[in-house]
Write a protein that binds this ligand. Sequence first.
Ligand SMILES: Cc1ncc(COP(=O)(O)O)c(C=O)c1O
Length: 470
Amino acid sequence: MKKIDYTSPKISKKAQELMDRDKRVLFGAHTRTREIPLVVDYAKGARVTDIEGKTYLDFGAGFAVVGTGHCHPDVIDAVNKQIKKLIHISGSDFYYEPQIELAEKLIKITPGKFNKRVYFGSSGAEAVEATLKIARHFTRRPRMISFIGAFHGRTFAGMTMSGSKKIQRARFSSLIPEVYHIPFPYCYRCIFDKTYPECTKKDFDGMPLPHCLSYLTDVVFERLIDPEDVSLILVEPIQGEGGYIVPPQEFLPALRKIADKYGIVLAFDEIQCGLGRTGKWFACDHVNTAPDIILIAKAIASGFPMSATVGKAELMDPEVNAMAWRPGAHGSTFGGNPVIAAAGVASLDIIENGLIENAAKVGDFLKQRMMEIMNRHKIIGEVRGMGLMIGIELVQDKGTKEPFPQCVTTNGKNIKEVITGECFKQGLILYGAGTSSLRISPPLVITQDDATGALRIIEEVITDVEKQLS
Ligand SMILES: Cc1ncc(COP(=O)(O)O)c(C=O)c1O
């Protein structure tokens, strides 16, 4: 393989000055790269404009956050109205309508026809923290199950439950004890070298069991731990940060069966894949499987910081079940903030009124066209995903599925950096995911025309990169 002679995108003097000021005062663990040196001035819908006035098509949505698009007028209206009435009073101690209204809406749209309760936090990781506490408090069991490739945030609970990149956990020991990571069905690169659907020949109490889950039932639960010591199974119905990986349809129902058998709380982290992105309200709706707890954040308030942990009432309300956490056991000063809750109510209304259908329609179009591009190019090994959550797996060789080496350029860049950097030069914001994938996650307002424009850029860049590599 020839090395690419790659130059990072140009940075204007004005942008460089701001980046230098930023560098002097902001912390050094940010993952910014010189491949997307974007200094933003403003954004609207699916377009972002930098301080030089150059406009980009946004295929990242601020990491799947601005589902309703940037600065949706209805969200701005809702915030403007609320901000004049009440900005803060603390929802853990007092009552106000926006928080109640948002909780009512969430209870309605989340899967499961049972009584539910909602806890509001300010970030996805706080929903993860809350989930661990709910499950441990309710079950009084110490052990937990999570997945290789998972990403659940940066707090100690989030970091402990994650299994995506070692840099995210390195030097932070000790993590929360008693968490067992098991393989996620990343079928393209199955660590057991099995092939789907042949790998689902076994069953668990009558439910087809993907082979990788038999590692849980036959190895972890037989040799390492008693399932009755396990409080929680936490899983992303589609892995996000891990590479936009969609598990086979048997996976979540099998997990449901296992959790029910042993009285384990089953929680779905839909922080990235939820709220319409996959063409249904939630990714787990595609397989009609309801968790005991669902974690929601990112798109909930169109960019205002909020998360919601929505769970069975018995897990979260001691008046329903005495094992549930009691008043004072958990809380948050900012959680359920009235202005952000108003933005949340507006966001869910917007998503409900056409964006889920749009995600399904434009998502199908994008996936179909991306597959055609894959068939024309040798460095795309797989295109996968649902709705507007599409992963593109990059490979050196389709036959062997050999990934690219860490550095493919003369100046030390990896393949994801080259492609996202070249797309950026052409006016498209695109992110990498996992070790060797690209992620397509535009705002749900994206049009078919915008999708066509983005596909053209992606194919041109891939064609050019392939030429330079051969
Ligand atoms: C699936 C998933 N869970 C949890 C988180 C953490 O969310 P936050 O960064 O808001 O804490 C993320 C963030 O990317 C995520 O994708």
